[in-house]
Ligand binder design. Structure first.
Ligand SMILES: *[C@@H]1O[C@H](CO)[C@@H](O)[C@H](O)[C@H]1NC(C)=O
Ligand SMILES: *[C@@H]1O[C@H](CO)[C@@H](O)[C@H](O)[C@H]1NC(C)=O
Ligand SMILES: *[C@@H]1O[C@H](CO)[C@@H](O)[C@H](O)[C@H]1NC(C)=O
Length: 606
């Protein structure tokens, strides 16, 4: 070693050695600093800040309570099939469906987090079908024009998809990953962006009551394990069951939707808005049950239009959707998103199954927190429904962009005249020195970078030119260099949310669209919830946007990191597959003449 190295020549061996060590350390340190991004930051030991000032803020309490709720949920994680089956029986009042053991094994094999609550949506969606005649359900599912079918353990997509988006292929691909060992099943899918089923409340209530009355848990020895299969219905080839579809000439969307609201909800019997020429109207003295001190407490209610009749003039889906073809009859239909009041059966949006960077943000999840700009960014089309000259100011996307437009807000502050799209937040609920000193507009000038990348075909929306101009698109990975990512519904749900969740930035979300993942995400832990009016938008951004060293900033970073790590555990393709797998086991049972006798009971017979 070191043969021929002359120790008498400067630099001495010792100095060289120190130098080499220094270079190596410097190299390692730089690498660590540059690339440590997500692996090394110990989120779980991190506590949201508690100090004077912040301690008083309602958001701090909401974060603390939400964390406790999430941890409590995690403590009920099932780690073996017997526990999972027991929790199933306790929650659902039935035996799990046959095939539950294979399903659970696949969950174990992929380290999936299995908490029974995460699957609540499946039962909300399927319950009414238990109240319907089995053959009717089976025939209607079979005869739909677009169906993912499983036969003899193989999945194939059935239907004419020429010139259409590849949703049927994407969903068939997902089902194909677990079709082996599955019972025969037909999954009819909705090919429209908008959900289509709006069955009036009293009809659903009857079906739900019937299900509850007939629900039973037979003795293990009487339980059947074999599904009857669908050979008979393939043979019989039932004709398409096409219910009456309502279009714009029959009704407006709100009037059909409000019929699904129960008699105890605020929207019950509320008529559609007829006059959209007035400015968008926030409800006054608004203290809904799902809010605590002005901030979202209960996310499930916060996305439910039955709880918020004012949304009939504050969301594009109710002002005027792009298309409308709805029925008030219950037919089986699976889709990627719906309003809580729709009767579709939810599956993960097909966009979540593509590699399209537009939705996923690609493999770039953004830089570390301290390299991000303390600012909010939003880009998107002026969609969200069919806006017109006399209605556009009631649209949710237009409201979001206007509220974050520094010019609009400064002008309103200077003139004292409210903008047409929104009302300034109520200072009796939200205290804000910026709002009081009329400096919100000035602040937004550096804090918000928002705009539409597309307004309408040339010349067709000149009424918007005083309010908006088209701005350049910004790729997702560049958007991730901003800390705050507000997310707004489009014509239906915003398929960017999963990409936002997986990024190192923090998503802020208001929506009226339910998705498969809702029961596994906890607001204030994994993302920041917003009211659909956006009246809490400024107070939320002011709290979290206090910049490096600030306590709100640390809290935002916590949610960003916690959300990203959680998304990598429960929003993976494997998790979507497990969700649909379990759903289709249940669905195959609902469609089986022996539905009440079928079950998984191996754990009880040991
Ligand atoms: C499924 O398998 C059965 C028996 O092996 C066969 O009779 C039937 O034709 C098969 N069906 C399909 C759709 O391949
Ligand atoms: C939220 O509200 C719904 C009713 O809309 C209720 O069923 C649920 O228990 C509430 N959740 C929490 C966490 O309070
Ligand atoms: C912001 O609002 C002003 C009018 O208040 C409008 O001229 C401008 O185009 C808006 N900016 C964007 C990005 O739409």
């Amino acid at each position: 070693m070191f043969k021929g190295f002359d120790v008498r020549v400067w630099p001495s061996r010792l100095v060289v050695r120190y130098f080499v060590v220094f270079v190596v350390l410097a190299f390692l340190f730089t690498n660590y600093y540059l690339w440590s991004d997500w692996q090394t930051w110990d989120v779980d030991s991190y506590q949201p800040p508690s100090g004077p000032g912040v301690a008083q803020h309602p958001i701090k309490k909401l974060m603390k309570d939400a964390r406790a709720r999430h941890n409590e949920q995690l403590s009920r994680r099932s780690l073996d099939v017997a526990t999972a089956a027991a929790r199933y029986r306790e929650a659902r009042g039935r035996h799990p469906p046959p095939g539950f053991d294979l399903w659970f094994q696949a969950a174990l094999d992929t380290d999936a987090v299995i908490v029974e609550d995460f699957f609540d949506r499946i039962y909300k969606d399927l319950t009414p079908f238990w109240g319907m005649d089995t053959k009717m359900v089976r025939d209607r599912a079979h005869s739909w024009p677009w169906v993912v079918r499983v036969r003899n353990g193989t999945a194939h997509g059935d239907g004419d998809v020429e010139g259409r988006v590849p949703w049927l292929q994407l969903w068939t691909g997902l089902v194909g990953e677990f079709a082996e060992g599955m019972p025969d099943v037909d999954m009819p899918i909705n090919y429209m962006d908008e959900p289509r089923l709006l069955v009036p409340h009293n009809q659903i209530a009857k079906l739900v009551a019937k299900e509850a009355k007939e629900r039973k848990m037979p003795d293990a020895k009487d339980v059947k394990r074999e599904y009857q299969g669908l050979a008979a219905v393939d043979e019989a080839k039932p004709k398409l069951y096409d219910p009456r579809w309502y279009g714009f000439s029959d009704s407006d969307y709100w009037s059909l939707a409000a019929k699904t609201c129960g008699p105890n909800t605020p929207a019950y019997g509320v008529k559609a808005e007829k006059d959209f020429s007035k400015p968008a109207e926030f409800p006054s003295h608004y203290k809904p049950s799902y809010v605590e001190e002005g901030y979202i407490l209960n996310w499930t209610s916060a996305m439910d239009p039955c709880e918020q009749p004012h949304l009939r003039q504050l969301h594009g889906s109710f002002v005027e959707p792009v298309s409308m073809s709805s029925t008030d009859e219950l037919i089986p239909l699976f889709g990627g998103s719906k309003l809580p009041m729709n009767n579709e059966i939810l599956i993960p949006g097909a966009m979540y199954l593509t590699d399209d960077e537009f939705y996923s943000g690609g493999e770039s999840h953004g830089p570390q927190w301290h390299w991000k700009k303390t600012a909010a960014i939003w880009r998107g089309d002026a969609s969200g429904g069919r806006a017109k000259a006399h209605t556009w100011h009631h649209f949710h996307r237009h409201r979001l962009v206007d509220m974050l437009n520094a010019t609009t807000v400064s002008t309103a502050e200077a003139s004292g005249k409210r903008p047409v799209t929104f009302e300034p937040p109520d200072t009796s609920i939200y205290s804000s020195s910026r709002a009081e000193s009329k400096e919100l507009g000035k602040w937004l000038g550096t804090f918000a970078d928002v705009g539409f990348t597309y307004l309408c075909p040339p010349g067709q929306c000149d009424y918007l030119t005083d309010f908006y101009h088209v701005v350049e698109r910004i790729p997702m990975k560049t958007q991730y260099t901003y800390k705050f990512l507000p997310d707004a519904d489009g014509n239906s749900f915003s398929a960017r949310f999963r990409g936002f969740m997986r990024s190192t930035s923090v998503p802020l979300k208001a929506t009226i669209y339910a998705e498969w993942h809702d029961d596994r995400l906890t607001p204030w832990v994994h993302f920041i919830p917003l009211d659909n009016t956006y009246r809490d938008l400024y107070p939320v951004l002011e709290f979290f946007g206090d910049g490096p060293g600030g306590q709100g900033d640390a809290a935002a970073r916590f949610i960003a990191e916690k959300g990203r790590i959680w998304a990598e555990q429960v929003l993976r393709r494997e998790d979507m597959k497990l969700y649909v797998w379990r759903l289709l086991l249940e669905w195959a049972r609902v469609c089986d003449d022996e539905r009440h006798a079928l079950g998984y009971v191996d754990d009880l017979l040991l």
